[in-house]
Design a protein around this ligand. Structure first.
Ligand SMILES: [Cu+2]
Length: 166
Protein backbone atom coordinates (compact mmCIF):
# COMPACT_ATOMS: atom_id res chain seq x y z
CA UNK A 1 0.00 0.00 0.00
CA UNK A 2 1.35 3.33 -1.00
CA UNK A 3 1.03 6.04 1.55
CA UNK A 4 1.21 9.67 0.59
CA UNK A 5 1.96 11.81 3.55
CA UNK A 6 2.40 15.10 1.78
CA UNK A 7 1.47 16.82 -1.42
CA UNK A 8 2.23 15.06 -4.61
CA UNK A 9 3.07 16.71 -7.86
CA UNK A 10 2.73 15.16 -11.25
CA UNK A 11 1.78 11.79 -9.84
CA UNK A 12 -1.64 11.55 -11.40
CA UNK A 13 -1.22 8.76 -13.87
CA UNK A 14 -4.07 7.78 -16.11
CA UNK A 15 -3.94 4.14 -17.03
CA UNK A 16 -6.50 3.33 -19.65
CA UNK A 17 -6.44 1.25 -22.78
CA UNK A 18 -3.73 3.62 -23.88
CA UNK A 19 -1.17 3.36 -21.15
CA UNK A 20 1.10 5.76 -22.96
CA UNK A 21 -0.65 8.76 -21.54
CA UNK A 22 1.15 10.17 -18.57
CA UNK A 23 -0.02 13.06 -16.55
CA UNK A 24 3.34 14.67 -16.23
CA UNK A 25 3.13 18.29 -15.36
CA UNK A 26 -0.20 17.96 -13.61
CA UNK A 27 0.23 19.65 -10.29
CA UNK A 28 -2.05 18.43 -7.56
CA UNK A 29 -2.02 20.35 -4.36
CA UNK A 30 -4.58 18.38 -2.40
CA UNK A 31 -3.07 16.18 0.29
CA UNK A 32 -4.17 12.60 -0.18
CA UNK A 33 -4.73 10.08 2.54
CA UNK A 34 -3.64 6.49 2.10
CA UNK A 35 -6.98 5.11 1.03
CA UNK A 36 -8.00 7.83 -1.35
CA UNK A 37 -5.57 7.33 -4.14
CA UNK A 38 -3.79 4.39 -5.61
CA UNK A 39 -2.15 6.58 -8.17
CA UNK A 40 -4.32 5.23 -10.94
CA UNK A 41 -7.09 7.73 -11.60
CA UNK A 42 -6.81 11.44 -11.20
CA UNK A 43 -10.49 12.22 -10.65
CA UNK A 44 -11.14 9.77 -7.84
CA UNK A 45 -11.86 6.09 -8.10
CA UNK A 46 -14.27 3.67 -9.74
CA UNK A 47 -17.57 3.56 -7.90
CA UNK A 48 -19.29 0.69 -6.12
CA UNK A 49 -22.57 -0.23 -7.83
CA UNK A 50 -23.91 -1.65 -4.56
CA UNK A 51 -23.67 1.70 -2.80
CA UNK A 52 -25.99 4.67 -3.11
CA UNK A 53 -25.21 7.09 -5.88
CA UNK A 54 -26.54 10.37 -7.15
CA UNK A 55 -27.82 9.92 -10.69
CA UNK A 56 -26.65 12.47 -13.24
CA UNK A 57 -28.02 12.15 -16.76
CA UNK A 58 -25.69 13.38 -19.49
CA UNK A 59 -26.76 13.84 -23.09
CA UNK A 60 -24.24 13.61 -25.94
CA UNK A 61 -25.19 15.49 -29.07
CA UNK A 62 -23.96 16.78 -32.39
CA UNK A 63 -25.31 19.15 -35.02
CA UNK A 64 -24.57 22.35 -36.97
CA UNK A 65 -20.81 21.84 -36.73
CA UNK A 66 -20.88 21.43 -32.97
CA UNK A 67 -20.70 18.55 -30.57
CA UNK A 68 -21.09 18.49 -26.88
CA UNK A 69 -22.47 17.30 -23.60
CA UNK A 70 -25.53 18.57 -21.79
CA UNK A 71 -25.02 19.52 -19.02
CA UNK A 72 -21.47 20.73 -19.64
CA UNK A 73 -20.86 21.64 -16.02
CA UNK A 74 -21.53 19.42 -13.03
CA UNK A 75 -20.83 20.12 -9.39
CA UNK A 76 -20.31 17.34 -6.89
CA UNK A 77 -19.25 17.11 -3.29
CA UNK A 78 -16.02 15.45 -2.29
CA UNK A 79 -16.80 11.88 -1.27
CA UNK A 80 -19.94 11.76 -3.38
CA UNK A 81 -20.61 8.79 -5.62
CA UNK A 82 -22.22 9.58 -8.96
CA UNK A 83 -23.91 7.26 -11.42
CA UNK A 84 -23.54 8.96 -14.81
CA UNK A 85 -26.27 7.81 -17.16
CA UNK A 86 -25.01 8.59 -20.64
CA UNK A 87 -27.32 8.99 -23.63
CA UNK A 88 -25.94 9.37 -27.11
CA UNK A 89 -28.47 11.41 -29.09
CA UNK A 90 -26.12 11.70 -32.06
CA UNK A 91 -25.50 9.67 -35.16
CA UNK A 92 -21.85 9.01 -34.37
CA UNK A 93 -20.08 7.16 -31.59
CA UNK A 94 -19.15 9.31 -28.62
CA UNK A 95 -17.09 8.81 -25.52
CA UNK A 96 -17.15 10.02 -21.96
CA UNK A 97 -13.64 10.04 -20.47
CA UNK A 98 -13.22 11.36 -16.95
CA UNK A 99 -9.80 12.78 -16.07
CA UNK A 100 -8.00 16.07 -15.67
CA UNK A 101 -7.99 18.61 -18.50
CA UNK A 102 -4.26 18.04 -19.05
CA UNK A 103 -4.67 14.28 -19.22
CA UNK A 104 -7.55 14.49 -21.66
CA UNK A 105 -5.61 16.81 -23.97
CA UNK A 106 -2.65 14.42 -24.04
CA UNK A 107 -4.95 11.47 -24.45
CA UNK A 108 -6.64 13.24 -27.40
CA UNK A 109 -3.26 13.55 -29.13
CA UNK A 110 -2.72 9.80 -28.72
CA UNK A 111 -6.20 9.14 -30.13
CA UNK A 112 -5.32 11.15 -33.25
CA UNK A 113 -2.55 8.65 -33.95
CA UNK A 114 -4.74 5.68 -33.06
CA UNK A 115 -8.22 6.70 -34.16
CA UNK A 116 -9.60 3.17 -33.89
CA UNK A 117 -8.92 3.04 -30.16
CA UNK A 118 -12.09 2.47 -28.14
CA UNK A 119 -12.57 2.81 -24.44
CA UNK A 120 -14.30 0.66 -21.93
CA UNK A 121 -12.55 1.53 -18.72
CA UNK A 122 -13.67 2.43 -15.21
CA UNK A 123 -13.25 6.12 -16.13
CA UNK A 124 -14.24 5.98 -19.77
CA UNK A 125 -17.02 4.58 -21.91
CA UNK A 126 -17.86 4.63 -25.59
CA UNK A 127 -21.55 4.97 -26.40
CA UNK A 128 -22.97 3.96 -29.75
CA UNK A 129 -25.44 6.16 -31.69
CA UNK A 130 -28.84 6.21 -29.98
CA UNK A 131 -27.29 4.09 -27.25
CA UNK A 132 -26.82 4.63 -23.58
CA UNK A 133 -24.51 3.47 -20.85
CA UNK A 134 -23.44 4.07 -17.29
CA UNK A 135 -20.34 5.01 -15.43
CA UNK A 136 -20.19 4.99 -11.63
CA UNK A 137 -17.55 7.15 -10.06
CA UNK A 138 -16.58 8.18 -6.57
CA UNK A 139 -15.08 11.65 -6.34
CA UNK A 140 -12.46 11.50 -3.63
CA UNK A 141 -10.56 14.69 -4.40
CA UNK A 142 -11.47 18.32 -4.54
CA UNK A 143 -10.64 20.14 -7.71
CA UNK A 144 -11.67 20.62 -11.27
CA UNK A 145 -11.89 17.68 -13.62
CA UNK A 146 -13.12 17.12 -17.13
CA UNK A 147 -15.24 14.69 -19.06
CA UNK A 148 -14.51 14.63 -22.75
CA UNK A 149 -14.99 12.76 -25.98
CA UNK A 150 -11.54 12.05 -27.38
CA UNK A 151 -12.58 10.63 -30.74
CA UNK A 152 -10.50 12.69 -33.22
CA UNK A 153 -12.19 15.99 -34.06
CA UNK A 154 -14.83 15.81 -31.35
CA UNK A 155 -12.97 17.59 -28.57
CA UNK A 156 -12.22 20.44 -30.97
CA UNK A 157 -15.92 20.79 -31.77
CA UNK A 158 -16.71 21.35 -28.10
CA UNK A 159 -17.19 17.89 -26.76
CA UNK A 160 -16.03 18.40 -23.19
CA UNK A 161 -17.45 19.45 -19.87
CA UNK A 162 -16.28 20.35 -16.38
CA UNK A 163 -16.78 18.64 -13.08
CA UNK A 164 -16.16 20.74 -10.02
CA UNK A 165 -15.56 18.75 -6.85
CA UNK A 166 -16.13 20.84 -3.74
CU1 LIG B 1 -17.71 12.42 -29.64
Amino acid sequence: MLKYTGNITGAGVLLTACATVLATGVAMTTPLSAHEDHGRFSAGKPGDPNKPARIVEVRMFEGSGKMGFEPARIEVRRGEQVRFVLHNHGEEDHEFILATVAENRKHAEVMKKHPDMEHDDPNGKRILPSGSGELIWKFTKRGEFEFACLIPGHYEKGMFGRIIVK
